[in-house]
Design a protein around this ligand. Structure first.
Ligand code: LLP
Length: 402
C-alpha cells in the first residue's frame, strides 16, 4: 500500500518527479472486473489498452493475470512482445496505420487487426495476400453514439475521425466478405473514455444487433464483438456499469447471437488509481495575493490537467504542519497552462516538501514528453512490498541520442 511514509522514502531514494504504481490495486481491479463479467458472460476477454501506461513490466504482470492486449501502434505491439506476450493475444487498433505498420502486423500474426476505413481493409487484404496468409480482422465502426464525457474523449460520434460509418460498411459488406485473404472475425467500437453509464454501450450494441440481423453471412463468420474501453477509474462505478451491461448483453444480445465472445478494452480503470506522481516543491511565492507552490513536475510529465482541465487530488506527503493555506500548484514549464490545481487547501508548504498527485496511473507517463527539453520521469512499481524500477529516469544525454 502506498502510504505517505513509503512515498516519502521512494521520493528520497529515486528522486522526483516520480511515478509510483501499486500493482496490488491493478490486480484487484482486474480480478474484480473479471469476476463481475463472469457472472453474466461465459466467453469474454479483458484486453488491456496499452496506451494508458505502456510499460513492459506491467504487460507481463497483466499477462500473468490472464489479460490480452490492445495496441494502437507498432511501438505498443513491440512493448507487449518484449513483455513475452504472444502475438495471438494482441489486437492491433489504430485510426491511421502506415503501410509499414500493416506489413509488420500481418507478419507478426497478431490476433487481429482492427481496421477503420474501407481502403484499410483492402490494404490489409493485399498485404496478407502478398504474404500468403489469411489475416483476421475486426471492423471498427463509427456508430454515431453520443456519450457523456469531456469533448476531447468522445470517439464514436458522427463528428469523430474514428471508425467506418455503419451505412458505409453496410453498403460494402458483400465486397468485404468476398476478400479471400482476410476473415472478418470481429466488430469493434470504442465510444469514448471516462464514461459514466452503460447506456451508450447498449445503444451501440443495439445497432450491432440490427447489422447482424441484416447480414447473415457476416453474423455466421463472426467470433467476437469488442466494446472498447471507457470504464471510469472508480472501482465501484465500473463494477456497477459492468454488471448492468453484463445483464443486458446476456439477456438480449447473446440471446440472439449466443456464440459471440465479448471483448472489453479497459485502460484507465485498470491503472489510474494504482499510479501516483510524486513531485517536490521548489518554491512557494505570492503574486498579488495568490499563493503559488511551484513544483518540479510539469505538464510534460503529466498533461491531463493542462489538456483536459482534469482535476487530480493533491496531498502533501512530507508535511508535519497542521496550519492550512490555499495554494495554486504550478510546474516549471514556460506555459501558463502548466498548472496542476488552482486554489487548493494544503498544509503550509515550504521548499523541499513532497506532494502527491493522485489517480495519475492512466495517461500520465504514456503522455509524458520532453517539452522544454526535460528528461521524462522514472517509474517505480510496488507489489507485495517488492519495489522495482520499471522505467529509468531519462538522462540528459538521452535527450540528444537520436
Ligand atoms: N480502446 C480504444 C480503441 C481506445 O482508443 C481507448 C482509449 C481505449 C480502448 C481505452 O480507453 P479507457 O478505458 O482508458 O477509457 N488521454 C485521455 C484518454 C484518451 C483515451 C483514448 N482511447 C485521458 O487522459 O483521459
Amino acid at each position: 500500500m502506498l502510504d505517505n511514509q513509503l512515498l516519502l522514502e521512494l521520493a528520497e531514494k529515486y528522486g522526483t518527479p516520480l511515478y509510483v504504481y501499486d500493482y496490488e490495486i491493478i490486480e484487484r481491479n482486474f480480478k474484480a472486473l473479471r469476476e463481475e463479467l463472469s457472472k453474466h458472460l461465459a466467453d469474454f476477454k479483458i484486453a488491456y489498452a496499452l496506451k494508458a501506461a505502456p510499460l513492459a513490466d506491467l504487460c507481463s504482470f497483466l499477462n500473468s493475470l490472464g489479460a490480452i492486449f490492445e495496441a494502437v501502434s507498432i511501438g505498443e505491439v513491440y512493448t507487449a512482445l518484449k513483455a513475452d506476450v504472444e502475438p495471438s493475444k494482441i489486437i492491433f487498433d489504430g485510426v491511421s496505420k502506415s503501410s509499414h505498420e500493416i506489413r509488420k502486423a500481418v507478419e507478426l500474426g497478431l490476433q487481429s487487426i482492427h481496421v477503420e476505413s474501407l481502403d484499410e481493409i483492402f490494404d490489409v487484404a493485399s498485404e496478407a495476400e502478398r504474404q500468403g496468409k489469411v489475416q483476421n480482422i475486426g471492423i471498427r465502426l463509427n456508430l454515431d453514439v453520443e456519450v457523456e464525457t469531456h469533448k476531447g474523449l468522445k470517439t464514436s460520434t458522427r463528428y469523430s475521425k474514428f471508425g467506418i460509418p455503419l451505412y458505409r460498411f453496410k453498403a460494402n459488406i458483400e465486397k468485404v466478405l468476398g476478400l479471400k485473404s482476410i476473415s472478418v472475425k470481429g466488430l469493434h467500437f470504442h465510444l469514448g473514455s471516462n464514461l459514466r453509464s452503460e447506456r451508450p454501450y447498449i445503444e451501440a450494441l443495439k445497432k450491432i444487433l440490427k447489422l447482424l440481423h441484416a447480414s447473415k453471412e457476416l453474423a455466421e463468420n463472426l467470433a467476437y464483438v469488442d466494446i472498447g474501453g471507457g470504464f471510469p477509474a472508480q472501482l465501484g462505478k465500473t463494477l456497477e456499469m459492468a454488471s448492468k451491461l453484463g445483464v443486458w448483453i446476456r439477456n438480449v444480445f447473446l440471446n440472439e447471437f449466443p456464440c459471440l465472445m465479448i471483448i472489453v478494452e479497459p485502460g484507465r480503470f485498470l491503472v489510474a488509481e494504482a499510479g501516483v506522481l510524486l513531485t517536490r516543491v521548489n518554491y512557494v511565492k505570492e503574486i498579488y495575493g495568490k499563493k503559488w507552490a511551484l513544483v518540479d513536475a510539469g505538464m510534460n510529465d503529466f498533461i491531463r490537467p493542462a489538456l483536459y482541465g482534469a482535476k487530480h487530488k493533491i496531498e502533501c506527503v512530507s508535511c508535519r504542519e497542521t496550519r492550512q493555506e490555499t495554494y495554486s500548484i504550478g510546474g516549471p514549464i514556460c506555459e501558463s497552462t502548466d498548472v496542476f490545481a488552482e486554489n487548493v487547501s494544503l498544509p503550509m508548504l515550504s521548499r523541499g516538501d513532497i506532494l502527491v498527485l493522485k489517480e495519475a496511473g492512466a495517461y500520465g507517463i504514456s503522455m509524458a514528453s520532453n517539452y522544454n527539453q526535460r528528461p521524462r520521469p522514472a517509474v517505480i512499481s510496488l507489489y507485495k512490498s517488492q519495489v522495482k524500477i520499471v522505467k529509468k529516469r531519462e538522462i540528459l544525454a538521452e535527450l540528444l541520442n537520436l
